[in-house]
Ligand binder design. Structure first.
Ligand SMILES: [Mg+2]
Length: 262
């Protein structure tokens, strides 16, 4: 399922491909993020010495008020971010499997590719390794890199873009949380909402394939790999984009099959 409010030709200008991690690069149906979600509650219950129900309430309250649960814990309780992130990302990765089709589709995208996550670099590396897609990314920009100030703040996007010399108007961003695409849209990026059945933010409930997309969501898909494959005919071959020093891939590896499923 894919729906678009804009022409796919917008992707022709794109030379920077930005992907969220959780529930974007792997399907929300794997319930991997449920483990992170549960461990956040455990961390709060232990740290604040409250019962699980109260920990859950605090967790979601901080998430909605401060953008991430961690941001609230740092601001209100002085929690050390590494203590929190190490705890909540200590999860079992067995629910996700290697995704060779996604790796192939991402590797065919011309230009640079990044993971931009409100989680930790270590978590992103572990998950991307398990998916066997880590090698297709030029770098990971994590929550520590943005001073623990999360997406969708302008601060996080500005830090990310300046760290990597990114031109937002030549970038595309893929995300499962619609509000994280508001800043991307405001900066001039092409935006793709990767639709997820896992809803933990009210903004997700306002968007459905049956309704017109809001202005900050240019495209909607529930099949990231299929969407990337469908871009094949419209985007420039990788060789035609200045990709100096990207990742040393050979020309032969760039000759990839591109399907058209959506
Ligand atoms: Mg996500």
């Amino acid at each position: 399922m894919t729906s678009s409010a804009r022409d796919l030709a917008d992707f022709r200008k794109v030379d920077t491909w930005i992907f969220d991690l959780d529930n974007t690069l792997y399907p929300a149906e794997s319930n991997l993020f449920h483990q992170v979600d549960r461990r956040m509650g455990e961390f709060i219950a232990n740290y604040l010495e409250v019962v699980p129900e109260e920990a859950r309430r605090i967790q979601k309250h901080y998430y909605r008020t401060f953008g991430t649960t961690l941001a609230g814990l740092m601001k209100q309780h002085g929690v050390r971010p590494t203590d929190f992130l190490d705890y909540v990302h200590d999860i079992d990765l067995s629910p996700i499997q290697p995704a060779p089709d996604l790796a192939r589709a991402a590797r065919a995208l011309p230009g640079k590719r990044y993971i931009f996550t409100n989680g930790s670099r270590r978590h992103a590396e572990r998950v991307a390794e398990k998916l066997e897609v880590l090698h297709v990314f030029d770098d990971i920009f994590d929550i520590a890199s943005s001073d623990y100030i999360p997406k969708p703040t302008r601060h996080a996007f500005d830090r990310f873009c300046s760290a990597h010399g990114i031109a937002p108007e030549r970038s595309a961003m893929f995300e499962d949380l619609p509000h994280n695409l508001e800043t991307a849209h405001a900066l001039g990026m092409v935006t793709v909402l990767v639709h997820s059945s896992y809803h933990d933010h009210p903004a997700q409930r306002t968007i459905s394939p049956d309704r017109p997309l809001p202005p900050h969501v240019h495209h909607l898909t529930d099949d990231l790999t299929g969407f990337l494959n469908a871009l094949g005919p419209v985007i420039a071959p990788r060789d035609s984009v200045d990709n100096t020093g990207a990742d040393g891939e050979t020309g032969g590896e760039k000759e990839l099959d591109r399907g058209t499923s959506t």
